[in-house]
Structure formats: structure tokens, C-alpha cells
Design a protein around this ligand. Structure first.
Ligand code: GLA
Length: 331
């Protein structure tokens, strides 16, 4: 990695605050290896542990990609966040159908869920210390609905969320279990999420934390909303993980704007946004136990398209630290 000036690593800067994580794919482990070892003490697998990677076809579990990433993390003494066990967005279609092509019933679907959770968590017991058990189950739109409409909900009702936590706890009683979602800083979604978690707690469902994904833009969420989310979830006695942070250089929903290059002005503006947000994270070091970037460096991010780049991280395309890096390590 190039160094433009002497600096503390991310993980050293945050040693007394929280773990610093990044996401990896089996295909970019080698490219990022030295940055990962120098700056990060936690790893999340970007896709390799999702249902459509581990059990794309019924019963044909494939852990080849996940094993590579997990071996790397174990060898380098990094903590591993498991992501994710049940997410409607990536559940393969076969999960909901029988051999004749008919939709299965709740009992059968929950059996399949249980088997999946036990197999995946069982394999990495003792290696993966926490899991995003359910991802993105709360309805994002302000349409009066509490849960995302999906096959899981249609077949099982909201019970599928609770059952996932129960099975996860059975599979690895030591693992910390998280509910993970995006835009939970926004007041309406935050209220819905709080309602769900309170109900789970009242029913004795094992849940230990909330993952605030934190896919962030220049203007949204506000600093007020970020603080409110941390405080309100923590008030339920839960650990907070900032589980997927990236800060795009664009404004919220400003899809029509395209920057052709990452100018010094954009770099400065982004650095200030990173500075303000990480200052809040440091203020809440009792509540926040881990902060994970949804990637490593600007050459690989889910935010980019063929025609539009977002430059969302603190390392640039050549893996060199950006102005944002210095703002969040020099405080
Ligand atoms: C969500 C998921 C992640 C990832 C991102 C971007 O945030 O939790 O696993 O898929 O979307 O695609």
C-alpha cells in the first residue's frame, strides 16, 4: 500500500473504541490482503455466506468461497461477522416450493430454514462470533405496513423472523444475534424496527444487537437521525454495530448527477462528512462495538454502475488513504 504521510492505522486509531471491519469476496482477498491486515480487525463476507451462495440448490451446500475468506480472517486474528442467514432478497426460489412446483406450508418452510441455519452456523461455530440473523425484514415505505411483503412473510407471517433467531440461538448459543437493516435512522422505519424488537424481547426471543447498515449519502441521514437511532436501539439494551457503512459522494436519490472524476473538492466534502459521522460513533463508544465498511477501497463497491462511480470509502482505487482517512484517524 502507498502511504502519503505517516499515519496510524484505522484499527490502531479505534483500539479503545470499537472493532473496524471491511467486507471481502473470495476474489478480492489477495488484492486487499495487506490493507486488510494493516487496518482492519474484523471481516464480513460481502456475499459468500448468503443463502444463494451457500445453498443455491437444495441440500447442495457449497462453502468453498466462504471458507477461503474465513480461513484468511482466522489466520490473521480477525473477528468475523456472519452475514446473513435469512434475507428475502437472496433466498433462492426452490426454498418456497416442493418437488411438484407447489408452494410449501409454514411447517415445511420453517424446517428448511432450521436446517439451513444449523448447517451454516454449525460449520463456523467458534469462528463467527456474531450473525445478522435476519436482514431487511421491515417495510421501508410509509404505507402502514410493518413488514416487507415476501414469500417468507406470506407463508409464515412475521413468525419467520422470530423463528430464525430461535434456531440461530440453538445452533450456536455463544453467538451474538443481530437484526440488520438499512435506513433505520429514518423516524418511521426506526419506530417500526423498535416495535418489532420490543415485541421479540417481550416474548423472550434471543436478540443481542442491531446492525445499522449506514449506506450513507452526503446529506442523508442527518446527524440527528444517526444519534437518535443509536440511542433508541441502545436503550433496549442492545449492542449497536454499524454494519455496512459507505458514504457516497452524491446526495440522497440524486441519481441523475454524475461526477466524472473524484475532485479535490469532492474529497474535502466527503472527508468532512466522514469526520462528523465518526465523531458521533466515537461519542457512542459504549453503545457501538463494531464499525464495518461495506467494502475496502473505491475500486470495488456495490454502488458503482458502468456509467457512475461513487468513491464511497477512505481508501482510493490504488488503495492509498484519502482525505477522509486522515479526518477519521487524526482526532
Ligand atoms: C444490503 C445487504 C448487503 C448487500 C447490500 C448491497 O445492504 O445487507 O448484503 O447486498 O445490500 O447490495
Amino acid at each position: 500500500m502507498q502511504k502519503t504521510k505517516a499515519c496510524k492505522s484505522l484499527k490502531e486509531a479505534y483500539r479503545d473504541y470499537f472493532l473496524i471491519g471491511a467486507t471481502v469476496e473470495p476474489f478480492n482477498l489477495e488484492r486487499y490482503s495487506s490493507v486488510l491486515k494493516e487496518h482492519f480487525n474484523s471481516i464480513t463476507l460481502e456475499n459468500a455466506l448468503k443463502w444463494d451462495s451457500t445453498q443455491k440448490k437444495q441440500g447442495a451446500f457449497d462453502f468453498s468461497g466462504a471458507d477461503q475468506c474465513i480461513d484468511f480472517a482466522v489466520k490473521n486474528n480477525m473477528k468475523i461477522r456472519g452475514h446473513t442467514l435469512v434475507w428475502h432478497g437472496i433466498t433462492p426460489k426452490w426454498v418456497f416450493y416442493d418437488e411438484q412446483g407447489s408452494i410449501i406450508d409454514k411447517e415445511r418452510l420453517l424446517e428448511r430454514m432450521k436446517e439451513h441455519i444449523h448447517t451454516v452456523m454449525g460449520r463456523y461455530k467458534g469462528k463467527i462470533y456474531c450473525w445478522d440473523v435476519v436482514n431487511e425484514a421491515i417495510e421501508n415505505r410509509d404505507n402502514g405496513k410493518q413488514y416487507v411483503d415476501c414469500e417468507w412473510l406470506r407463508i409464515c407471517g412475521p413468525d419467520y423472523i422470530k423463528k430464525a433467531f430461535v434456531y440461530a440461538h440453538e445452533a450456536d448459543p455463544e453467538a451474538l444475534l443481530f437484526y440488520n437493516d438499512y435506513q433505520v435512522e429514518f423516524s418511521i422505519k426506526r419506530a417500526k424496527t423498535l416495535r418489532m424488537i420490543k415485541e421479540m424481547q417481550q416474548e423472550g426471543i434471543p436478540i443481542h444487537g442491531v446492525g445499522i447498515q449506514s449506506h450513507t449519502t452526503m446529506n442523508v441521514p442527518s446527524l440527528y437521525e444517526i444519534k437518535a437511532a443509536i440511542e433508541e436501539f441502545a436503550s433496549l439494551g442492545l449492542q449497536i454495530h454499524i454494519s455496512e457503512i459507505d458514504i457516497s459522494v452524491y446526495d440522497y436519490r440524486d441519481e441523475s448527477r454524475i461526477y466524472r472524476s473524484f475532485t479535490p473538492e469532492l474529497a474535502e466534502k466527503q472527508a468532512r462528512r466522514y469526520e462528523e459521522i465518526f465523531r458521533i460513533f466515537r461519542e457512542y463508544k459504549k453503545e457501538i462495538t463494531s464499525v464495518t465498511f461495506w467494502g475496502v477501497a473505491d475500486d470495488h463497491t456495490w454502488l458503482d454502475s458502468e456509467i457512475r462511480k461513487s468513491w464511497p470509502f477512505v481508501f482510493d482505487e490504488n488503495l492509498a488513504p484519502k482525505p477522509a482517512f486522515y479526518k477519521i484517524t487524526d482526532f
